[in-house]
Design a protein around this ligand. Structure first.
Ligand code: SAM
Length: 268
């Protein structure tokens, strides 16, 4: 696939899986998301993925019989994702498209046919300054009754704050309070990042979407910053995930990410 114009995440596409997806903490956090997705999307559904990165979720959904149109602003991420789908033997279930969420309203959904659902996992939404335009676009892209699942980086990540305070790095500890400031994404690159809370995301998506539920992802399970301390402790991380599951709805405000799920309203 042609990379086309450069995007900030192009520079980290080749190392993203090593730095996050394939780490123990990354795996445990993603499992928590997949457990939720199993309840919302099933075989035969058509799902639009936004900010798909290296395609980990697209491949997982395709393996469950879901038709996926996986999109990202980064051509290099899409190259990685397509290679992963080919290696997994699910290429006939996934189509990859360039889609910039910052210009969502100018773009039609691939096919022009509304989707049964949409997913954006692990912070793609945090890279978008104006999410209201995205909400308006999603209202056209997802059919009435369809489900939108967004996994967003929260502002107050308890693990991260504690970790950096103990290491006497208060600016880093509270970095998520600085909206739109450049955040490092690896390989010496940074992008501007926003940390909207669940109430803000509800307002941003607009009146066409009804919020069904919100839950923490990575509240007791730590953020990837803790990898040097806890990254190798598989049993401990599995235990923290077990503890987190029942508490997740109450821990939304303290987590690395939160998952927020919407239904596209049906006005008929
Ligand atoms: C932290 S990664 C998450 C990737 C993937 N969803 C996952 O779960 O691993 C954020 C992704 O959002 C994409 N992204 C950032 N800004 C974007 C934009 N304006 N439009 C579309 N994708 C964007 C990046 O290219 C990157 O692949």
């Amino acid at each position: 696939m042609d990379s086309g114009y450069p995007a900030p995440f192009d520079a980290v596409a080749a190392v993203y899986d090593r730095q996050f997806t394939d780490t123990t903490i990354g795996r445990v956090q993603r499992e928590l998301v997949w457990e939720q997705l199993e309840g919302w999307f099933g075989a035969g559904d058509r799902v639009l993925e936004l900010g798909c990165g290296t395609g980990e979720d697209a491949v997982w959904m395709a393996g469950r019989g879901i038709e996926v149109v996986a999109t990202d602003a980064s051509g290099a991420m899409l190259v990685q994702a397509e290679a992963k789908a080919r290696a997994a033997g699910v290429l006939e279930k996934v189509r990859f498209e360039r889609l910039d969420l910052a210009r969502a309203e100018e773009q039609m959904p691939p096919d022009g046919v509304p989707f049964d659902g949409a997913l954006s996992n692990f912070g793609a939404l945090n890279c978008v300054a104006d999410r209201r335009a995205l909400g308006r676009a999603l209202a056209g892209w997802v059919r009435p009754g369809g489900i939108v699942v967004l996994v967003v980086m929260g502002r107050l990540c308890a693990w991260e704050i504690a970790w950096f305070l103990v290491r006497l790095r208060p600016r880093t500890a509270f970095r998520r309070f600085r909206q739109g400031r450049a955040a490092g994404i690896g390989e010496g690159c940074s992008v501007p990042v926003w940390y909207p809370g669940p109430m803000q995301v509800r307002r941003d998506l607009g009146p066409e979407f009804k919020c069904l539920h919100t839950r923490a992802v990575g509240a007791l399970v730590p953020s990837p910053d803790l990898a040097p301390l806890l990254g190798g402790r598989r049993r401990l991380l599995a235990g923290l995930a077990r503890l987190e599951r029942p508490l997740a709805p109450a821990l939304v405000w303290l987590a690395d990410h939160y998952l927020i799920c919407f239904e596209r309203r049906d006005h008929a």
